[in-house]
Design a protein around this ligand. Structure first.
Ligand SMILES: Nc1ncnc2c1ncn2[C@@H]1O[C@H](COP(=O)(O)OP(=O)(O)OP(=O)(O)O)[C@@H](O)[C@H]1O
Length: 257
């Protein structure tokens, strides 16, 4: 499956609800094909920031552009064709099969009730194979395990062929094998990704750059070793940690003490 990666720009993005500012003046420029890890303690504003990218939280100031287009000045249907998202705890109570859920990813590219074209079907088949969902294809989505659901939702996002893929804690519910498999897989697609990740070592392993958020503000952004410093881990995550290199991957490794 080939997806043309897009560019993403956050320009001084803030987001407030009433008096409360959840995201404050965040800027980030993501090149096509880059993978950005968003890290920060609970309540730092990661999900709130991601929602400004998939057009759920309208910034109170600043701009979000995808391929140079301000997403808040484009119709929702344009954004649905250009930004894909895998979110936490998607509702699962609808009586759809795995294949139905994946096929829903094509809806942004079609008119209401338009039948799947040969192109749609080819993408759906490819996604089922890529995410190894063939044995589950006809199962009801609600009967899946957490990890199987997550793979289905990634497949659904991929058939959308999004210029930018937003992942909110995509490794939630996954065992360590599937965490690695999912991130390796997403990475191998060469698409543009912004992913909120709680596992700092996985973020360092898979992301080109990391952005650290705290109380809605960007504390640091850059290469994993520039952001995952003892100082940032102490000040922001409130942990004592030793930093080493993973001898196999040579990526920075946080060892809490
Ligand atoms: N609709 C809302 N109304 C008021 N406060 C909100 C709303 N949505 C989020 N918040 C608050 O904004 C802050 C940031 O929340 P957010 O979910 O963005 O953080 P997060 O970094 O994704 O956290 P976690 O790691 O716990 O998932 C939290 O204090 C949260 O309670």
């Amino acid at each position: 499956m080939s997806i043309a990666p897009g560019s993403l720009q956050l320009e001084n993005v803030s987001f407030a609800i009433g008096e409360r500012t959840l995201v404050r003046d965040v800027s980030l420029s993501v090149a096509p094909g880059e993978m950005i890890g968003l890290i920060g303690p609970n309540g730092a504003g990661k999900s709130s920031l991601l929602r400004t990218i998939y057009r759920t939280n309208r910034p109170s100031s600043g701009r979000v552009t995808v391929n140079g287009e301000n997403i808040w000045q484009r119709p929702a249907s344009w954004v649905a064709r250009h930004v894909g998202a895998v979110l936490q705890d998607m509702p699962a109570e609808f009586p759809l099969t795995v294949r139905d859920v994946i096929a829903m990813g094509r809806s942004a590219h079609k008119r209401l009730l338009e039948a799947d074209s040969a192109h749609d079907r080819a993408l759906i088949e490819a996604a089922i194979d890529l995410l190894q969902l063939r044995p589950l294809e006809t199962r009801a989505f609600r009967t899946l395990s957490g990890g199987e659901r997550q793979r289905t939702l990634v497949a659904r996002a991929l058939v959308q062929q999004p210029a930018v893929l937003v992942l909110d804690e995509p490794t939630n519910h996954l065992d360590i094998h599937h965490q690695l498999q999912l991130l390796r897989f997403v990475r191998s697609l060469g698409i543009t990704v912004v992913a909120a990740l709680h596992d700092l070592n996985l973020a360092a392993m898979f992301c080109d750059r990391i952005m650290m958020l705290h109380q809605g503000e960007m504390i640091a952004t850059g290469a994993p070793e520039a952001v995952l410093t003892e100082e940032n881990l102490t000040n922001i995550f409130r942990i004592e940690a030793t930093l080493v290199r993973n001898p196999r991957t040579n990526t920075i490794w946080v060892m809490p003490a």
